[in-house]
Design a protein around this ligand. Structure first.
Ligand SMILES: [Zn+2]
Length: 189
């Protein structure tokens, strides 16, 4: 595990990091502490993370923990929360960490000689974990098809004909349907 400053340097090759980047790094480091993971690289495909928002959080989870959408160890649930869940597959342990909404007013109050962004960045650097986050052990109910290495065999949607992998099909009225044809579509023509 690198230090906070080393991760911040890695994440800020293109300039000064946004405060949220520092917070996401702190969250990743806390997750490693809670799950007693010192070297995330040794957990290749055995550490699965669920990010509950986009923007910088998934990028930092990838940078610090090596979890990626591309190897199925980073999941995305778009709930708009600065929160993530972490599963150590080897030991079957999981925790969820959420950033506290109280941090921002505390940071602005504590570092009132700084701009809002600088105050946040400073708070995210120096506040103890307990002041930044709430965390709890959880059970993560993944199915076999959610794990890396599950065969990517496809079935065809009986309405649109498109292929569906990882058992994401829905069976309804005797038909095998993709989520879009089953009514969960996010697009229209
Ligand atoms: Zn379909």
């Amino acid at each position: 595990m690198l230090s906070l400053a080393e991760y911040v340097a890695k994440a800020s090759s293109k300039g000064v990091p946004r405060p949220g980047v520092i917070l996401a790094i702190r969250m990743s480091i806390l997750a490693m502490k809670l799950l007693e993971i010192d070297d995330p690289a040794a957990f290749h495909r055995k550490l699965i993370v669920v990010a509950e928002t986009d923007r910088c959080l998934p990028d930092i989870l990838e940078l610090v923990l090596g979890c990626r959408l591309g190897n199925r160890t980073l999941k995305f649930r778009d709930w708009g929360k600065m929160a993530a869940s972490f599963l150590d597959v080897t030991r079957g342990r999981a925790c969820r960490i959420v950033a506290l909404e109280t941090v921002e007013p505390e940071a602005v109050n504590c570092f009132n000689h700084l701009s809002r962004d600088d105050a946040l960045a400073e708070a995210y650097r120096v506040f103890p974990d307990e002041r930044l986050f709430r965390w709890t052990p959880i059970i993560l109910n993944f199915r076999p098809e959610d794990f890396p290495g599950y065969p990517a065999d496809r079935v065809l949607c009986q309405r649109c004909g498109e292929g569906i992998a990882f058992r994401r099909e829905i069976r309804r009225d005797g038909l095998t349907l993709c989520r879009s044809c089953a009514g969960e579509t996010y697009w229209e023509l």
